[in-house]
Design a protein around this ligand. Sequence first.
Ligand code: LFR
Length: 497
Amino acid sequence: RDAAVHAAIDLGASSGRVITGHLLDGVLRTEEVARFANTPVAVPRRGGDTLYWDVLSLYRGALEGLRAAAAPHGGLASVGIDSWAVDYGLLDADGALLGNPVHYRDARTTGVPEKVFEHLPADRMYAVNGLQVQQFNTVFQLAAAADDPRLAPLARGALLVPDLLGYWLTGERVWELTNASTTGLVDARTRDWAQECLEVLEGPFGVPVRGLLSRLVEPGAVVGRLEARESVGAAAGAPLVAVGSHDTASAVVAVPAATPNFAYVSSGTWSLVGVELDAPVRTEESRAANFTNELGVDGTVRYLRNVMGLWVLQESLRTWREQGRDVDLADLLERAARVPALACVVDVDDPRFLPPGDMPARIAAYAAETGQRPPEGEAELARCVIDSLALAYRRAVHQAAELSGKDVEAVHVVGGGSRNTLLCRLTAEATGLPVVAGPAEGTAVGNLLVQARAVGAVEGELSDLRRIVADSFETRTYRPEAASAPWERAQRFLWPE
Ligand code: LFR
């Protein structure tokens, strides 16, 4: 019996996984024990479709993974859960789930930020919550759902996705702070609820939001113990630790940096590009640059911009598959590497790329509108996306450093995108900085380390946890070899500021 094993439940936009971790002599050994698809479902209603997360299949996958993780050891030392941000499930008076959580890519929030700003102007909101305006932030989702009869009068509680699963496992309701900070309802400085933001929902929109919230907890808090049920097997009784339950918060814990002077790209479906700070930056310049202040582990602030990420490429692959062309990603990237650089670039953050759909067609339209020759064929299209991502990283890294005054000597890429050698090489070129790539499972690693520390399996500050990451996982360094001048020109073409 060896219950020194921790289990991370890490839910990503396209798959969930359960990864175990075991610490021995300052080295973390991980093992993936379960992986399951995360397939959102569009369901018709009057007037259109709603895009939902299939949260029950995620819960089932998590349970199977927990059983598989615990069985060989007769138990688990701890469990932690993370996922994407902003989305929530509503609960009735008995704690029963009131319908599936709506996906942040659902169209219901289009145009909603503007309606909220009529009551709480954007600059005042930013001065409190410090968040980049994204139409899917929870505050806008709740405003969009104001007329939904499940909200009032039925709902008596709401939980963000990781906390929802945590509630089902332990019976305890909390709002873990790193994830709560993405909702727009938290003050980035006090790390407590932002009363002004709650009031705008309650007053003009009639959303009884205060009645939906539970207590905020910092990562590292023990939420409760897994209740004994057949569905959790030998994991029963294990402590559930509130980790950085926002996947990006956990990913940034796992940056294997030896000095504080780094920028990061947490690269997956999204690319989160920025720096780590001690305090939020909520200046007018920062707001104009659409930079966000999300809260991190150990009192830190993630000062970053959401860049649309590999989503655009993932959706292109899906579109081609639907058209009967099954394109292999590795082969595609190899061909894309041989296409000339910067022939066509797009602003990947253009809202047209947010909803699921035919990205090659949207890119062609964007190119035509901006007087560029649209990419022809799959390799050119992929090259356009990768170039455009590297370009967006360049801009975000430089702006993050400028706006925060932080010195940046290297860029760390963690997450699945760290395996994308073309993207990493171009990021080094575009930023003019060395790029250190890995670990690819950064989110699970950060999740595991915060758990391990909470239950006493390891001690120390973030820098100590990062040393463990550096000692446990291989990284690959890309040095900028070509001049960055063409990237500067391309940046000025897209954003002539
Ligand atoms: C990344 C991520 C981003 C968040 C987006 C939507 O997985 O958590 O940080 O902005 O998903 O929730």
